[in-house]
Design a protein around this ligand. Structure first.
Ligand code: ADP
Ligand code: NA
Length: 346
């Protein structure tokens, strides 16, 4: 509706994978295609979030460009959306500092994302803030404040995110409330948190979500993997030795993840249980051939578009998209920041 602003981000910490595509990028594209003409859409490649763990500089530059290519290949239109690299809009860090001055350390320390970035399991209740703070860097601890700034800078009303991120959105709301209570109603609290509830798990450790930051490259399908690579990764995907195919996420997480993937790629026309019934008598090897086929076909057009964007003109088109995005994003960011600076006295 009138005045809607949609914002979301992706970290350039690797070539985006099937989980990013099904859990985020497909939804971003759908929102673009369904949005009213007055709705603003901003999608950011959040490179400042990517450096909470140190990166190789050249590799980070490559990943940024590959992530931009993936966004376009997934169907985002740079004329309709503002697609930009976060670090080219310095207002993100400026607002982050300002929000830090009213944000609560207690709230931050109860959040769990820094644990998973340190590769600690969320379930490991023994690891609390007090026991880990010696190893914890300030940026990794406080990056939810930067995430809050990302959203509040544009007055985002709708923030599409995977369910792994809902905690952060609640924190962004909290940051807006704290700021507004101190200085007046300047920041817009995001009204709606849209979670796709589509969650793709790691192919090697199916109790963890598929992630760019997992060491083992066989744990994820990248959107640019060719059919042979997809086949090889699915062949070694961890399943179990029970006979037959059934959908049972608690006891058969690896197999159930493969059935979920088929259902997502089918736009959930068929549920994972439907695929389990359809293939119930198959061996794991036979089922994996079906999964491979469905992923290969499901990613074909994205992969082709990605490859042509990466190979076309030495990246000049991608650089141009990035630069135009910066100009558009800064124009929006400046509106919020001039109001923020004014009420603070800066
Ligand atoms: P990653 O953990 O792979 O680095 P990001 O933090 O860059 O992913 O997340 C980008 C978007 O993709 C977010 O909206 C996030 O919720 C979504 N996402 C990430 N991993 C998955 C997954 N395994 N399944 C579904 N959605 C995911
Ligand atoms: Na992540």
């Amino acid at each position: 509706s009138e005045g809607d602003v949609i914002f979301s981000g992706i970290q350039p910490t690797g070539v985006p994978h099937l989980g990013n595509y099904l859990g985020a990028l497909q939804q971003w594209t759908r929102m673009q295609n369904d949005a009213a003409p007055s709705t603003k859409l901003l999608y950011s490649i959040v490179d400042l979030h990517a450096i909470t763990l140190q990166q190789d500089a050249n590799q980070l530059r490559r990943w940024k460009r590959e992530t931009l290519a993936t966004l376009l290949a997934s169907g985002l239109d740079p004329d309709r959306c503002t697609i930009f690299y976060q670090s080219t809009v310095p207002e993100h860090t400026e607002l982050m500092w300002i929000l830090s001055c009213t944000a609560s350390v207690g709230y931050l320390s109860r959040m769990t994302q820094w644990k998973s970035k340190l590769a600690l399991s969320d379930q490991d209740s023994a690891l609390d803030f007090a026991s880990i703070r010696g190893k914890l860097r300030l940026g990794l601890f406080s990056y939810p404040v930067l995430q809050a700034a990302d959203i509040l800078l544009y007055g985002a009303t709708h923030v599409p995110i995977g369910e792994d991120q809902t905690q952060h959105l609640e924190f962004a709301r909290e940051c807006a409330t704290k700021f507004n209570r101190a200085y007046g109603e300047i920041l817009v609290e995001p009204r709606t948190i849209l979670s796709t509830a589509k969650r793709v798990m790691s192919l090697r450790e199916p109790r963890l979500k598929m992630s760019k930051s997992h060491q083992d490259p066989r744990s994820r399908i990248q959107i640019n993997d060719n059919p042979q690579l997809i086949r090889d990764k699915i062949r070694v995907a961890l399943t179990d030795s029970m006979t037959g195919v059934s959908y049972d996420p608690a006891n058969r997480p690896g197999l159930s993840n493969l059935l979920d993937i088929m259902s997502y790629l089918d736009n959930q026309r068929r549920a994972p249980e439907d695929f389990a019934r359809l293939y119930h008598a198959m061996s794991m090897r036979e089922l994996k051939i079906e999964v491979t086929k469905s992923i290969t076909e499901g990613l074909a057009s994205v992969r082709d578009k990605y490859n042509s964007l990466m190979e076309s003109d030495g990246g000049r088109f991608l650089d141009e998209v990035g630069m135009n995005g910066t100009i558009k994003a800064r124009r929006e960011a400046e509106k919020t920041m001039s109001a923020v600076r004014r009420v603070i006295g800066l």
